[in-house]
Design a protein around this ligand. Structure first.
Ligand code: TNX
Length: 775
């Protein structure tokens, strides 16, 4: 009997001991640490700290909620309710401790085998320490429901970290397409993960007024909605008739705004409101036509408007009264020290003829309407600064004289930033070259429709807010940088995420990490862990960085084409086939440029861990008789679009819909005329001339392509012609002009493509050609 008791007791003991027995902790290597943005300094020590459900979170008074970043993650992913306590136990805790020697928003993090200590001097510092811990944890910590069999271990590290810039921003345009409050909140979460601290909401534009203003209810009742033409391309949406029912839109109530601002503040993020003026305000004028010069009733446009001539009247005092009243309510809602007033892209034709504006120009002794815009902004600046706020505006506010005390957001490249900082103004750098997330991030032929322009992940990564040519003094005026997501071509949450991530991660590193710590190779290794987190969180991030691109060269002597396969991430595994067959894990691995001497279908794809990681690249390269042959231009291409120069038309490389891709030769207003010397009498059946049309960018198909043949290079005979009439075209389109020749033999081929010359919409007429294929 006694024996049995002892026996069963020891069985129980054994079970209990087994239950307690810790599996050994994860053995980390430095390569397992994938923090984005890269911390300033880090030392990695062998070892690990393990979270379990007994781990205590220790916060100084008033910092209990700061710990939610971590606490909420463990509740969701581990099912633990970690206890927050005021004093540290002997081990197994995460402690927040104030350290006044640390920089603004900086933190230090020390992880040992049995404790984690974060030191900081402000709220954001603590948050960022916690976000770093989150990124040290297994990616499974991002799960929204409990996952089992995970060791919640983090490596023992010592980190000292602080941001390079204090403005680390992201702009969301909620006017062109409306994004529900929930989407804005989820954006705030993503910004916090990347230690970004500013969300700029573009609340007003022609196509929608998105913030409730109690004094002017029609701003949202009328200005918040437009005729639904979402089925048509943005720039092909006709102006609706007055009175047509408006069903597309939405707006944030003041309660919504309060919630957004409070939520952001808990995540260390300031929300900067943008209330556009004097242009990009047709939504306001549709609601209150008296705000414009001629007070004509208008509808909220459903799509693109250019140029923007319906703008606020700068002559009537009532305009300013209205704006001050609007801004009063805005300032009540947004504690942000900065209020953005837009200021961009005003076409001031009405101001030139409006009696009130003319009076204002005379009374104020202004020279022109540019100065009237400057008057407008200066007047608003005086109002804002009297309320203790700083006016922020797009770089157009420099024109006609910059308001004292104004801060400039430089978007048309970096010029505005250079100029304003030179004049002693603060600037936020957001050049469209590196910060416009409405641009394409990969091959335009496979990416979803976007604004134009090209901005790959690596290009964003190269962004440096302090630009070449800035003195040290100017550099001090650079508050930081910001990415902008304009949403003309971004109708859904999914699409917004696609355009934003992972480019936001690259931008975050550009504005947080020290210059010395920036390294594309290193980032490309680290960002993979973020991709996994996005995957778990259900964020629709783009995988465009895994697309294969090619670089083709032609050897004019041998007429051998050599194709290099490139992936944005260095060292990626690329597999390919040349016979049209599908790519599998056993397809040839790419090492050196591929040589081709006949028409070939090339398929290629980036692989990661034995699985395709990005879109399939597939192109048939038409090898033809003119490859590498000498080309003489009778009328040369424009300096701005030289393509691949002398060999550009006979290098088999075709242009893409991205007219900046370096393959297109352009002619502005004039015709292309060139001669290919086949070097010996050659039999041929057809000539194909490749062209691009993108009318939005002023590029038009030729209206005629004619081929002439000659045996001596002196006398030519017309051998074939195709004509094509101008037709309106809203997209970007590639087209081959094919001229059949029957069977003819000649040595010289003259190709003449006729430029449209004068487009119906006015402006210049570009003609873009990428190749002359001779078969
Ligand atoms: C220019 S950036 C604009 C926006 C457009 C954007 C499209 C700026 C101040 N104005 O209104 O949405 O280009 O890329």
């Amino acid at each position: 009997m006694k024996k049995t008791v002892i026996q069963s007791f020891s069985v129980i003991l054994l079970v209990v001991l087994m239950g307690c027995k810790e599996e050994s902790k994860t053995i980390f290597t430095e390569g397992d640490i994938n923090i984005v943005p890269k911390p300033l300094e880090m030392t990695f020590n062998q070892g690990a700290f393990r979270f379990n459900k007994e781990t205590k979170l220790v916060a100084p008074k008033d910092h209990e909620e700061t710990l939610d970043v971590l606490k909420d993650r463990f509740t969701a992913a581990a099912g633990w309710d970690l206890e927050v306590v005021p004093t540290a136990p002997s081990s197994n805790f995460v402690l927040l401790s104030t350290d006044s020697s640390l920089a603004e928003e900086g933190y230090s993090l020390k992880v040992t085998d049995n404790q984690v200590v974060i030191r900081a001097n402000d709220y954001n510092g603590f948050l960022y320490g916690l976000e770093t811990i989150r990124q040290l944890l297994p990616v499974a910590i991002e799960n929204k429901s409990v996952v089992t069999n995970i060791n919640w271990d983090i490596p023992t590290v010592e980190i000292k970290d602080s941001p390079r810039f204090k403005w680390r921003g992201f702009m969301l345009d909620v006017s062109r397409h409306f994004f529900e409050k929930e989407y804005v909140l989820s954006t705030i979460d993503q910004l916090a993960l990347l230690k970004m601290n500013t969300l700029h909401l573009h609340l007003v534009d022609d196509q929608g007024w998105r913030i409730e203003i109690k004094k002017y209810p029609k701003l949202t009742e009328v200005g918040g909605f437009r005729v639904d033409q979402e089925d048509k391309p943005w720039n092909a949406r006709p102006t609706p008739d007055l009175g047509t029912e408006t069903t597309y839109g939405g707006f944030y109530t003041q309660e919504d705004i309060k919630e957004i601002v409070a939520y952001a503040s808990r995540k260390g993020i300031t929300v900067v409101p943008e209330i556009e003026m004097p242009a990009h305000v047709m939504s306001a004028i549709a609601a209150y036509p008296e705000l414009s010069c001629f007070q004509n009733p208008i509808m909220v446009p459903s799509g693109g408007v250019w140029p923007i001539t319906e703008i606020y009247c700068a002559g009537k005092d009532s305009t300013f009264e209205f704006l001050e009243n609007v801004l009063r309510e805005v300032m009540e809602l947004f504690p942000s020290p900065y209020i953005h007033v837009g200021g961009d892209e005003a076409t001031k034709t009405n101001w030139k003829i409006c009696p009130d504006c003319k009076k204002r120009v005379a009374a104020e002794g202004l020279d022109n309407v540019e100065e009237l815009q400057s008057y407008f902004i200066q007047r608003m600046e005086r109002f804002l600064s009297s309320k203790g706020r700083t006016l922020l505006g797009w770089d157009e506010i420099l024109e006609g004289g910059l308001a004292p005390g104004a801060t400039v957001m430089s978007w048309r490249g970096v010029k505005g930033g250079l100029e304003a900082s030179e004049a002693g103004h603060d600037v936020v750098m957001t050049p469209n070259s590196h910060c416009y997330f409405d641009y394409y991030q990969g091959d335009q032929d496979v990416e979803p429709l976007a604004w134009g322009g090209n901005l790959s992940l690596s290009k964003v990564y190269q962004f440096d807010p302090v630009v070449e040519g800035m003195s040290e003094q100017q550099g001090k005026h650079v508050l930081g940088g910001q990415a902008n997501l304009w949403t003309e071509y971004v109708p859904t949450n999914d699409q917004a995420e696609y355009m934003t991530y992972p480019r936001l991660a690259a931008l975050a590193e550009a504005v947080w990490s020290s210059k010395d710590n920036k390294n594309w190779n290193d980032f490309s290794n680290r960002v993979g862990s973020l991709f996994q987190r996005y995957g778990i969180m259900g964020v629709n991030y783009a995988k465009s960085v895994y697309q294969v691109t090619t670089e083709t060269t032609v050897n004019p002597e041998s007429a051998v084409i050599s194709i290099a396969l490139i992936s944005e991430f260095p060292g990626s595994e690329i597999r390919y086939t040349l016979d049209g067959s599908n790519i599998t894990t056993t397809s040839e691995k790419y090492t050196d440029p591929i040589e081709i001497t006949k028409t070939t279908t090339l398929k290629a794809q980036v692989f990661k861990e034995d699985r395709p990681a990005g879109a399939l690249f597939e192109k048939t390269i038409t090898y033809h008789k003119a490859v590498g042959k000498p080309v003489t231009y009778l009328n040369k291409y424009h300096d701005s679009y030289q393509g691949a120069k002398e060999l550009g038309m006979v290098n088999v490389v075709r242009g893409s819909k991205n007219f900046h891709d370096g393959q297109w030769q352009g002619w502005l207003g004039d015709d292309m005329e060139l001669v290919i010397d086949m070097e010996s009498p050659t039999e041929m059946e057809q000539v194909t001339v490749g062209a691009l049309e993108n009318q939005g960018s002023g590029i038009y198909f030729p209206i005629q392509v004619e081929i002439f043949l000659s045996d001596d290079g002196k006398s030519y005979r017309s051998a074939g012609i195709v004509k094509r009439e101008y037709t309106a075209n809203n997209g970007s389109e590639l087209k081959d002009f094919i001229i059949g020749l029957g069977k003819q033999t000649a040595r010289y081929i003259k190709v003449k493509a006729t430029n449209l010359g004068s487009p119906p919409s006015g402006g210049g007429s570009w003609m873009f050609i990428d190749e002359v294929v001779v078969e």
